[in-house]
Design a binder for this molecule. Structure first.
Ligand SMILES: Nc1nc2c(ncn2[C@@H]2O[C@H](COP(=O)(O)OP(=O)(O)OP(=O)(O)O)[C@@H](O)[C@H]2O)c(=O)[nH]1
Length: 803
């Protein structure tokens, strides 16, 4: 049934009208209403003819059993639909829970714009700030949802948006309430449309029925709000748009109502695409109010792939521009197709499916393509457009489109973060692409956050070991923020993740979806070990004439790795060794020259062998608790030797592995220290609660306090905005009265909350949500981001080791 509905879409795409394409994401704090809003969007676009409900577990985008059972989004789901007849919207509904933020990071990477949903009662929440930061490079629209709830504060939320997100706003619509004299209550019934000069009222019985009234013809109170809102909108746009100001002064003769709505929409679009401001709309998705204007805003204000930012690539001087036919024109080559893989899923029927975004050119099914990230070529299988869990096969993917690679060949040839190129017209046209630029082109990959929690995973019987490894391989491939490691000493397999819920869902998937017969241990903080000083150099030789000199040195935890590498003037090459900030540092060779290689074994095979041996040796662990090593540099001197006629590297691996293990063994016990994940914590609390919260942080939680500031004075990360007084801007913005807001009045913005920033060991933050609630009577909030691995302080070492 659904697949039939989806068939009509392709006729649009074959015309490939890039200007009418929108790749957008829905991002927000957990429970703000992303999935509920997405479901309404699908309904109003005609994609579905019955509205599903998160609480009933029957929405289109939350289709995983784990999502339906818990009523939360876990993986981002992609879906396409049409709006205003010929606009095509590719939409990704992302999870709101912090444990799944990698899903947001990878979705944002391939999107051109997004809708941020805010809960009108809760306002701007900690996770909203986080996803806002994660999507800082793409234009946004805000939708203030749940306006039907008692305590909804449209104006309070807009003020928070301005001050906390440090953004200017353009109010596109404002809430409309109906007063019931009998109950003496205001109920939300629609919006005042400031652009089109209309009042829109939704029927509570029929989701398709909207009453439209001229805003000038409404009751005086509403008309007054409309006039003030309209004036404020034109003034806000005038700050950036001289052509609008000219029109207002000349043609409109200073009349705010005389500017046609299409001019206002164009002006909002220009300012949004340049990220000068954020358009704000409101509604109550659950009550079907305000979703159609939001869809209009998506097509009217968010960028098409031709206006979106050009992705960052590894070649600095490669020419990149926009071409209406090929999308991004790279290296001036209209035949070059470039796509980026951002997600992998394993479908029980179709097998491995790779989500890609095509940036330029046309990707054809069954063509030969080149994976620049792996330097390998392969033949594509079928291409698919995905609508949540329903598939539509297609022979081509156009520039700007998001689609899926399927078939046996993709499973072993593509992973998340890979760049794929091909010839847009020829089936096997790779030979005509430039070897030095086009075939080595890489869209900068997605940064994977390091895992901070681990669980042990063990096969129930020895016979199950293989199937356990296969199941782990599947889940790590799908979600690179899950990491499998091995305790070399005990042989125990560890699965690392971003949080307790993240690992719980991984466990669910292992046991129930992949039927792995395994025992899973309890969730623990992920500790590591580091060395404090460098080893001596050791030389190892074997009878066949292989000779290597190696040493192991600590990498500073206080300096970023980029700075450390930049400060190395030895000409050495740094190769990452897995995800624990370990590197293999290879000095230039004394005699062998890369441009005149005369050994039988290729250079990269030798380096790959030493990379593998280094990873294995460092995972063997340190002397404090046999935990794998972190922030170590294995250094290879430039005087190594292997016989000219050696055919393969099989003897290099054990030789260098034993050598590194020996080097680490030679270091004394006190050269090792224990590392733990430390978080950058930001707590937002009323001023009167600062005392007890600080006491708890510095006492029980061993926090290192960095600053205590007034909420509205907290310095923003955007340098250009740091001089703007957003607090004053929020006070000056015209906003209507909040009709159902009882307690938190607008004036409260003056008595600003305090923001405490601190570094705090993750281990000490267990159950902090409940603690902050009880210390602040529910008014405080916090969020934390991984900051790095720090040494466990001496006073806590005993208790951590006991754990
Ligand atoms: N009263 C009211 N409730 C709403 C509204 N929109 C959503 N909800 C409810 O809020 C809850 C969360 O809604 P979701 O759509 O799952 O929120 P979400 O942002 O997708 O949540 P996650 O994906 O888990 O982060 C559900 O119980 C919805 O029924 C609204 O406009 N009004």
């Amino acid at each position: 049934m659904l697949s039939k509905l989806f068939c009509s879409l392709r006729t649009y795409a074959t015309r490939a009208n890039l200007l009418k394409l929108r790749n957008i994401g829905i991002i927000a704090h957990i429970d703000a209403g992303k999935t509920t809003t997405t479901e309404r969007m699908l309904y109003y676009s005609g994609k579905i003819n019955r509205i599903g409900d998160v609480d009933q577990g029957d929405t289109i985008t939350d289709f995983l059993p784990q999502e339906r059972a818990r009523g939360i989004t876990i993986q981002s789901a992609a879906i396409s639909f049409n709006w205003q007849n010929d606009y095509k919207i590719n939409l990704i509904d992302t999870p709101g829970h912090a444990d799944f933020s990698f899903e947001v990071i990878r979705a944002v990477k391939v999107l051109d714009g997004c809708v941020t949903i805010l809960d009108a009662v809760a306002g701007v929440e900690a996770q909203t700030e986080k996803v806002w930061k994660q999507s800082k490079n793409i234009p946004k629209i805000c939708f203030i949802n749940k306006m039907d709830r008692e305590g909804a504060g449209y104006s309070r939320t807009v003020k928070e948006l301005i001050t906390k997100m440090r953004t200017r706003v353009a109010l596109v619509n404002m809430p409309l309430f109906k007063y019931d004299a009998k109950t003496q209550r205001n109920s939300f019934e629609g919006v005042i449309d400031l652009v089109n000069q209309k009042v829109l009222k939704w029927s509570s019985y029929n989701p398709d029925n909207i009453q439209v009234i001229d805003a000038i013809e409404t009751i005086p109170e509403i008309k007054e709000r409309f006039l003030r809102g309209r004036e404020s909108l034109v003034e806000a746009l005038g700050e950036f748009d001289e052509s609008l100001v000219e029109y207002f002064l000349d043609q409109a003769e200073g009349d705010y109502l005389a500017i046609p709505s299409n001019l206002l929409n164009q002006s909002i679009r220009r300012a949004t695409v340049k990220q000068h401001l954020t358009p704000v709309l409101c509604g109550a998705s659950f009550k079907n109010i305000g979703v159609q204007p939001l869809l209009d805003a998506v097509v009217n204000y968010l960028p098409s792939p031709l206006e979106a930012r050009i992705p960052e690539v590894n070649h600095d001087n490669l020419s990149m521009s926009y071409d209406p036919k090929v999308g991004i024109l790279i290296n001036g080559n209209k035949n070059l197709c470039v796509a980026f893989a951002f997600k992998v899923i394993t479908d029980p029927i179709r097998g491995t499916m790779i989500f890609i975004r095509v940036y330029s050119g046309i990707l054809n099914s069954n063509n030969t393509v080149y994976n620049c990230s792996r330097a390998s070529k392969f033949k594509l299988g079928k291409l698919v457009l995905l609508h949540a869990n329903v598939y539509e096969e297609t022979s081509q993917l156009y520039p700007g489109e998001i689609g899926v690679l399927t078939g046996a060949t993709v499973a072993n040839n593509v992973s998340t973060g890979d760049t794929i190129v091909s010839h847009s017209l020829k089936k096997d046209g790779l030979k005509s692409l430039d070897r030095n630029t086009e075939l080595t082109l890489r869209i900068n990959p997605i940064t994977v956050p390091p895992p901070v929690f681990v669980v042990s995973v063990e096969p129930r019987t020895l016979g199950n070991k293989k199937s356990m490894e296969e199941a782990l391989r599947v889940i790590v491939r799908e979600d690179p923020s899950l990491v499998v490691s091995k305790d070399e000493e005990t042989g125990q397999t560890l699965l690392g993740g971003m949080g307790e819920l993240h690992l719980e869902i991984a466990k669910d998937r292992l046991l129930n979806d992949l039927n792995a017969d395994v025992n899973i241990g309890k969730v623990m903080v992920s500790y590591k070990e580091a060395i404090d000083h460098s080893s001596q150099e050791f030389t190892a030789e074997n009878d066949n004439g292989c000779k290597f000199t190696l040493s192991v040195e600590p990498i500073s935890l206080d300096t970023s790795i980029e700075e450390t590498i930049a400060s190395d003037e030895s000409g050495s090459k740094w190769y990452p060794l897995g995800g624990d900030n370990n590197y293999l540092v290879v000095e230039p060779h004394d005699t062998y020259r890369l441009d005149n290689w005369n050994l039988l074994v290729p250079y990269h095979s030798i380096i790959n062998a030493i990379l593998s041996s280094s990873i294995a040796a460092l995972q063997k662990g340190g002397k404090v608790a046999n935990l794998s090593l972190h922030s170590c540099a294995v250094k290879l001197k430039g005087n190594w030797k292997i016989p000219l006629d050696m055919e393969n590297v099989s003897e290099i691996l054990p030789l260098t592995r034993n050598q590194i293990v020996g080097i680490l063994d030679s270091l004394p016990f006190d050269a090792y220290s224990l590392l733990e994940p430390v978080m950058l914590l930001e707590v937002n609390i009323p001023q009167k609660d600062v005392g007890p919260v600080m006491q708890d942080l510095t006492g029980a939680r061993k926090a290192n306090i960095l600053s205590i500031e007034d909420e509205y004075e907290v310095s923003g990360s955007n340098e250009d905005l740091s001089s703007i007084d957003f607090h004053r801007m929020a006070q000056q913005q015209y906003l209507p009265p909040d009709m159902t807001l009882k307690n938190a009045q607008l004036g409260d913005i003056g008595s600003s909350n305090k923001i405490i920033r601190a570094f705090v060991p993750l281990r000490e933050m267990v159950a902090y949500t409940n603690k902050i609630r009880s210390l602040t009577q529910g008014r405080g909030s916090f969020h934390m981001d991984y900051h790095g691995m720090h040494k466990v302080t001496h006073d806590r070492l005993g208790s951590v080791l006991n754990e």
